[in-house]
Write a protein that binds this ligand. Structure first.
Ligand code: GLN
Ligand code: ZN
Length: 758
């Protein structure tokens, strides 16, 4: 009978109960020693291999485990470690932690290596720092030790490494910029040495990940692939070249010629590419079909999938592997841990462990479609689809269908709105404000956890948070801030707070995914049509406003950010989900406005994160994302001032879209760039008001009056001063009042100084 292999590109390392996170943090605090940390790690690897093996995976991934980040492990393996973090020749586990966490060998603080978002995921990698003429040499044994470990357990290990071109692409030049490709030759020698070591260990297959293939690459990068992979052949192991996070069809011409033994394609992001790659597959090559979504938590329509794949499986036979679209790193570990989910929702879900079972089920459908097992799988798929249809909320859908262009536009243009808002608020030149949150003290977090456990009544909880809010308002009044915030004490997280109050959005207990190092996030699940049951922020906004005559901003999270920071359903488009969320926020805007809240901020810190990997697809995304934001805001009267906030932000390529959002005021993070980020707004002649952040809230250092005066003056050379606001870079929830009060006092002082001068 025909066989069909199941492949795994990588499994989450963090552990079903976040064991790795807790062990790491204990180790960093000195509560356990390295041997104890190693033993937790080794147990996790064993468990994960066992699970994968039980699901039918024969070649077990090695190298998907990392103590901090797999890119960092690779850097250590080849001795690409910044001088400032190393002590002498030796690279060990502590060296890795110093690079990631910013310590010198002496233990003193020392600039950490940069951390960056990994392609379009919410995972962050440690950016390698490379010098001109850098040599690479194997100096760190973790990968080989893990191969040996897998072998000793009787497994067939398949090492997984970031490929040389993607590694170089993600690296940054230390010192003067240079052509990173000039290092390729040296790097390939190191890869050859690694592959040869694996071969000596009895490894048969190695997976090299080249996610940059999903990007639109410059010619020199693209041209480097064929010679590079030709050099990597012949080391005694077979090579599987894996791409994911997007279609690679645009590079088909190059990829099909590569001298590799197998290709892995992400067929979730683009199912169409299968045809062309299957047709051009070389006779001895394997094709790994990434058909189960490694980026999302929903159970797949396996029956439909099986029908789609039947032809290619018949054509290619044993040369086909069934696989997740990418490493399962981006999904939670095990659905079995969730004991409190409504069964209707649980039935729709599949986490890492279940995804491997789905591959086994898919194999059953393909190999023995008539079997009872296959029939049962089909029935489950049908039942799931039916349940989804029945859960639809016709009201929400009708409301979406009924939207007209007018729903997406404010009543008047910005000029007219501004006039009315100025008459209403009579704010001084350079109005001061903050971004929303104030310190989330242990006391506040304690209140919340006691309330959640039922140890504190709702009434007592609200009363205590009111006291906190009263305190933040009085502090702001004393500081002399012009536009106040209530402080967000009632919010644990800016997305979760809203998600919990929306229908169609669900929460799990343990569905954590790694964001970086020991940091994990537990995204909400947008599983159905979204609607607002009742006002979500109104009582807090009104309470805060009742304490003062100065305006207090209503504080909302925008639809695009809620969408990006959730696991969203896939049976309808993201654009539609964004609009459903926007309608819920729009209703909140209407309620706030009716209650007399005159200024409402709709945060969109994740706006840019949604940009597709390929620049040619940006405009489409920006169109619908801007529309969703506008839909959430456009119910506001002319006299109601809409703010938005975005952190960081590289605005050059997206400034048109930012302007199209048409927020009356945008606050952004600019202090660390010394206002350079404002250039995009300057060149564009951005018409609305802007609050460029004047101090870095990530640093515990106290910003001085002089520094902030200089930054505001610099901002005023780029943007007419009448358009400028003064505020910190971002929310202040991670800081203490001891840091916040003097910083804001200096900020207000700096502003007053400039009001006198300007
Ligand atoms: N209003 C939010 C806060 O201040 C914004 C947070 C963010 O930009 N990530 O915390
Ligand atoms: Zn921010």
């Amino acid at each position: 009978m025909q066989t069909l292999d199941i492949a795994s590109l990588g499994f989450p390392r963090i552990g079903r109960q976040r064991e790795l996170k807790f062990a790491l943090e204990k180790y960093w605090r000195g509560e356990i020693d390295q041997a104890q940390l190693q033993s937790v790690a080794s147990e996790l690897r064993q468990t994960h291999w066992q699970w994968q093996q039980a699901a039918g995976v024969k070649l077990l991934p090695v190298g998907d485990f990392a103590f901090y980040d797999q890119v960092l492990t690779l850097s250590a393996t080849i001795d690409a470690i910044p001088e400032r973090h190393r002590s002498g020749e030796q690279v060990d586990l502590d060296t890795l932690f110093r690079v990631a966490r910013g310590r010198a060998p002496t233990g003193e603080a020392c600039r950490a290596a940069q951390m960056k978002k990994y392609f379009n995921t919410n995972y962050h990698y440690i950016v390698p720092e490379l010098r001109t003429g850098q040599r690479f040499e194997i100096v760190y044994e973790q990968l080989f030790d893990e191969v040996a470990e897998a072998k000793s357990l009787g497994h067939q290990p398949k090492p997984v490494l970031l490929g040389p071109l993607s590694y170089l692409y993600l690296a940054k030049c230390e010192g003067e910029p240079f052509d990173k490709l000039s290092l390729l030759h040296n790097l390939l020698e190191a890869y050859q040495a690694i592959l040869a070591r694996f071969a000596d260990q009895g490894v048969t297959w190695v997976q090299l990940d080249e996610p940059i293939l999903a990007l639109e690459l410059d010619d020199d990068w693209l041209a480097a692939f064929a010679p590079a992979y030709a050099e990597l052949g012949g080391q005694g192991v077979k090579l599987l070249l894996a791409s994911y996070y997007g279609s690679v069809a645009h590079h088909h011409g190059v990829i099909k010629e590569l001298e590799v033994d197998g290709l892995h394609l992400d067929l979730v992001s683009d199912a169409q590419q299968l045809k062309q790659f299957a047709a051009s597959l070389k006779p001895a090559q394997v094709l790994s079909l990434g058909v189960i979504n490694g980026r999302n938590v929903w159970a797949a329509d396996l029956d439909i999938l099986a029908e789609r794949l039947r032809g290619v499986v018949a054509d290619l036979g044993e040369r086909v592997w069934l696989a997740p679209s990418c490493s399962l790193l981006h999904v939670p570990v095990d659905l079995e841990s969730e004991t409190e989910l409504a069964p209707e929702l649980a039935n729709q879900l599949s986490f890492a462990k279940q995804k491997l079972d789905e591959l086994a089920a898919l194999r059953t459908l393909l190999l023995t479609p008539q079997s009872e097992a296959a029939q049962a799988i089909v029935m489950r798929c049908e039942a799931r689809r039916k349940a989804r249809e029945q859960a639809a909320n016709p009201e929400v859908q009708a409301r979406l269908k009924g939207l007209t262009p007018a729903d997406f536009t404010r009543g008047s243009g910005f000029g007219e709105r501004r006039r009315k808002q100025q008459a209403r608020f009579r704010l001084p030149l350079l109005p001061t404000t903050t971004i929303g949150s104030f310190p989330q003290t242990p006391a506040i977090r304690g209140l919340r956890s006691r309330w959640r456990k039922g140890e504190l009544t709702e009434q007592a909880y609200v009363a205590q948070l009111e006291a906190v809010t009263r305190d933040s308002i009085s502090r702001q009044l004393k500081l002399g801030i012009d536009v106040l915030v209530h402080g967000e004490a009632e919010r644990n997280d800016m997305v979760e707070y809203f998600g919990e109050q929306l229908d169609g959005v669900g929460f799990t207990q343990f569905a954590w995914v790694q964001s970086y190092g020991s940091r994990c996030v537990k995204p909400p699940l947008i599983y159905g049509d979204v609607s607002r049951r009742q006002p979500m922020t109104l009582s807090w906004a009104c309470f805060a406003q009742s304490l003062t005559d100065r305006p207090v901003k209503g504080m909302l999270t925008g639809p695009v950010t809620i969408l990006h920071w959730s696991f969203a359903r896939e049976d309808i488009g993201r654009e539609q989900i964004a609009n459903q969320l926007a309608l819920a926020i729009r209703d909140e805007v209407a309620d706030l406005q009716a209650a007399g809240i005159g200024i409402i901020q709709i945060d969109e810190p994740a706006f840019r994160e949604g940009l597709p990997l390929k620049a040619s697809e940006w405009q489409h995304y920006l169109d619908w994302a801007v529309a969703a934001f506008k839909l959430s805001a456009a119910g506001a009267e002319d006299e109601t001032q809409i703010h938005t906030h975005m952190c960081y932000s590289e605005f050059n390529a997206t400034i048109d879209a930012i302007a199209a959002m048409d927020a009356d005021v945008i606050t952004i993070e600019t202090s660390r760039s010394h206002m350079e980020l404002l250039n995009a707004f300057e060149d564009f002649e951005y018409p609305n008001e802007i609050g460029p952040g004047v101090y870095d809230i990530h640093s515990p250092n106290l910003p001085t009056v002089e520094e902030m005066v200089a930054l505001i003056e610099k901002a005023a050379t780029k943007i007419p001063v009448g358009q400028l606001w003064v505020n910190p870079d971002c929310g202040l929830k991670t800081r203490t009042w001891d840091e916040v009060e003097p910083a804001l006092a200096n900020m207000v002082k700096a502003t007053k100084e400039l009001r006198r001068r300007l």
